[in-house]
Design a protein around this ligand. Structure first.
Ligand SMILES: [Zn+2]
Length: 305
């Protein structure tokens, strides 16, 4: 008989999260620890805590470029140490079950389609809005196995430098990292803003949540940063609507906390710059699983192969 549980692992630059998950995407037990330190040891210890003879396999989600065929990591900017490691081999040898590896945005999309708000749609685009911007596409109920580097479409020709090396990527213009950089550059350049006095003058420690807070208090520069980033996000969403004509664009990640300004501005721009018929058919909504989408999707990798 098929084993009833799988393990999903989300290996982020900040946190390592592990969960045992049922076949229909329900989390049974979840562990979260810091991913600094000896990552392989931490990973094995965490998996060990939720492992049992009822585990069918283990799915690993990593922020980076994955060579799925060779089960290896091509590029992982937040955890460089993993690039030279045969992580799949290490884990499968240790636990003696099949181990799968995928990009974190891809598995979040899969998770949302299995157990989240995405279940009700045949086709949707998911965008993860955080330090970086990633995404995935479900088309006719199946995940599209394409690069789907949705954060790296160009929304501003000759724009800000992106971590990928290009100029003007969606990620370089509309991510949390971009907003913090723009805030810091503005303050250094003499922009009048209450952010200058953030944390007793430590304005470089300002976080996107702080920018949102200052914007709600009426700070003109903070509002401008969020609205500009929102417009670039809207340009991205308009493009994804034109390409995929999805039933929904599902948004997840920390920046959805700034929905009222950042996402509302994106929706406004997208509505003004999409084919009306296509836009009218697209719902722009929040993920219902949040961080759990990645864990559930990673566990689901063991069923879809
Ligand atoms: Zn880029």
């Amino acid at each position: 008989m098929d084993k009833p549980f799988s393990i999903g692992v989300d290996l982020g630059g900040t946190n390592l999260r592990v969960a045992s998950v049922t076949r229909d995407g329900r989390i049974i037990e979840k562990i979260k620890i810091s991913s600094t330190g000896d990552i392989v040891n931490s990973l094995i210890t965490c998996i060990d805590r939720v492992f049992s003879s009822d585990i069918k396999g283990i799915g690993l989600a990593i922020a980076g470029v994955i060579d799925v065929e060779n089960k290896s990591i091509t590029s992982c900017p937040n955890l460089r140490i993993l690039e030279d490691m045969e992580i799949v081999k290490i884990i499968s040898t240790r636990f003696n079950v099949p181990v799968f590896l995928e990009n974190d945005a891809y598995v979040a999309t899969l998770g949302e389609s299995v157990a989240g708000v995405g279940r009700q749609f045949n086709s949707f685009v998911l965008l993860t809005l955080g330090t970086g911007i990633g995404g995935g596409v479900i088309y006719n109920k199946s995940p599209l196995k394409i690069a789907a580097e949705l954060g790296h479409i160009i929304v501003e020709v000759g724009g800000r430098r992106c971590g990928c090396g290009s100029l003007g990527c969606l990620e370089a213009q509309a991510s949390a990292r971009a907003m913090v950089e723009i805030a810091t550059e503005g303050i250094k350049g003499g922009r009048a803003t209450v952010m200058m006095g953030h944390a007793g003058g430590q304005y470089h420690t300002v976080l996107p949540a702080d920018i949102y807070k200052y914007a709600l208090e009426g700070d003109t520069f903070a509002i401008e940063i969020l609205k500009n980033a929102g417009r670039y996000l809207g340009a991205g969403i308009a493009s994804f609507i034109s390409i995929f004509s999805p039933q929904a664009v599902i948004l997840t990640g920390g920046l959805t906390g700034a929905w009222d300004i950042y996402v509302q501005e994106a929706i406004k721009l997208a509505s003004e710059n999409s084919f009306k018929e296509l836009f009218a058919k697209t719902q722009i909504i929040r993920s219902s699983l949040g961080d759990d989408a990645g864990l559930i999707g990673a566990a689901c990798l063991t069923y879809s192969k």
